[in-house]
Design a protein around this ligand. Structure first.
Ligand SMILES: NC(=O)c1ccc[n+]([C@@H]2O[C@H](COP(=O)([O-])OP(=O)(O)OC[C@H]3O[C@@H](n4cnc5c(N)ncnc54)[C@H](O)[C@@H]3O)[C@@H](O)[C@H]2O)c1
Ligand SMILES: [Zn+2]
Length: 353
């Protein structure tokens, strides 16, 4: 993997074994190694990890129940307490081994514990390999509001080993694909073409997605300007996800992002930023494959309330990142609540509900 940006961010796409991870652990003499993971990942992926990286046999395991409902301060406190009880010090390393919930939460724990200890990510879900483990945004939800508290700090390394995907349930593969589609739509027309033609394998599309994200992060690690492009689909996506968080039918992050991709593309079309045929292309990538929810008035009111939380420096409008073509994106575009409502009307007629 010869991409300069990936080297700068210490991102490794591991091949047959986890040689980069092994080297990293041997080179850095950590006082203690902690693996933060969830029950599923420990069951399905930990035996492989140990087999490929025997130096982890001495690691202490901290097991969480990994799901969005647990990405909160209570779980963070439990993890801090576990680290203290197990004798972690400033020279200990935390290995976040799992999906995006583990890397978001574990990164937050590591960046705050004793004012910051080293951490690495070993992603096991497609969402985490292609997106969440990269870029250093860590965080937790507050109540049902997504990612309200967090830090931006680059992990000491990210080690991507795609065979872990073999045990990932189908719905979570689809979940990760939503972010890969988003990456293509904002920055890489050829990736979108590959996705439409269903020609690429996971290794190829993960690599492309990681390169897109890493190239943006290098330019703007702290979300001051171009990094905002990565928020395309997320103003609507996060509002939709928050609306259903804690209900009996929560949505996966990628499912909400898929809806966000379509609705925000409609907004872009209504603003004449993309053509009808470009909007149709987005629709054909999303609508047949992802869960398209019919929102009632109560949902819509909540969605508008959650969008309010996204308001930055403009009173009447929310600032969004919107595609301006396939593979192109702009940020800080003001969008009014009327424009959002109009886009949802189009969305409902397009999904036939
Ligand atoms: N920080 C960022 O830049 C960023 C970017 C994108 C998403 N995210 C966050 O990531 C989270 C979603 O991540 P996710 O979709 O990975 O969810 P997740 O961490 O909940 O993992 C999905 C499910 O798959 C299971 N799992 C993971 N890997 C497995 C494997 N190899 N085999 C079997 N089961 C496996 C997990 O136990 C879990 O049940 C959200 O909270 C989202 O906000 C963060
Ligand atoms: Zn996302």
């Amino acid at each position: 993997m010869n991409n300069k940006n990936l080297n700068t961010l210490n991102i490794f796409l591991e091949e047959d074994d986890l040689s980069n991870l092994n080297k990293f652990l041997v080179k850095n003499k950590f006082s203690k190694i902690f693996v933060l993971s969830d029950t599923n990942v420990l069951k399905h992926c930990y035996p492989v990890l140990i087999q490929k990286c025997p130096s982890l046999l001495i690691a202490e395991i901290i097991e969480l129940e990994g799901s969005e409902e647990n990405k909160n301060i209570e779980t963070v406190t439990q993890t801090w307490e576990a680290l203290i009880a197990l004798g972690a010090d400033k020279n200990s390393i935390l290995i976040n081994f799992g999906g995006g919930v583990i890397s978001d939460l574990g990164g937050f724990v590591a960046s705050t514990f004793k004012r910051g200890i080293p951490f690495i990510n070993i992603p096991t879900s497609l969402m985490a390999m292609a997106d969440a483990s990269i870029g250093g945004k860590t965080g937790i939800d507050v109540g049902t509001i997504k990612n309200q508290v967090g830090t931006i700090i680059q992990p000491n390394g990210v080690f991507i080993y795609t065979p872990f995907l073999e045990t990932l349930p189908q719905e979570h593969l689809k979940n990760g694909l939503a972010e890969i589609i988003k990456a293509g739509l904002i920055a890489d027309k050829t990736l979108v073409k590959q996705l439409i033609e269903k020609k690429a394998n996971f290794d190829q599309i993960i690599l492309k997605s990681v390169i897109i994200k890493a190239s943006i992060i290098i330019k703007d690690p702290h979300d001051k300007n171009v990094r905002k492009k990565l928020n395309f689909a997320h103003t609507i996506g996060h509002a939709v996800e928050s609306t259903f968080l804690g209900t009996k039918k929560p949505l996966l992050h990628g499912e909400a992002v898929a809806i966000g991709i379509f609705v925000e593309s409609i907004i872009a079309y209504n603003k004449k930023l993309i053509t009808k045929s470009e909007l149709n292309m987005v629709q054909s990538l999303i609508v047949p494959y992802f869960k398209m929810i019919k929102f009632n008035n109560k949902h819509f009111k909540l969605i508008q309330e959650f969008i309010e939380h996204d308001k930055k420096n403009s009173n009447k409008n929310v600032l969004m990142s919107l595609i301006t073509g396939i593979g192109k994106c702009n940020f800080n575009i003001p969008v009014s609540s009327e424009e959002i409502e109009k886009a949802f009307t189009y969305y409902h007629s397009a999904i036939g509900k």
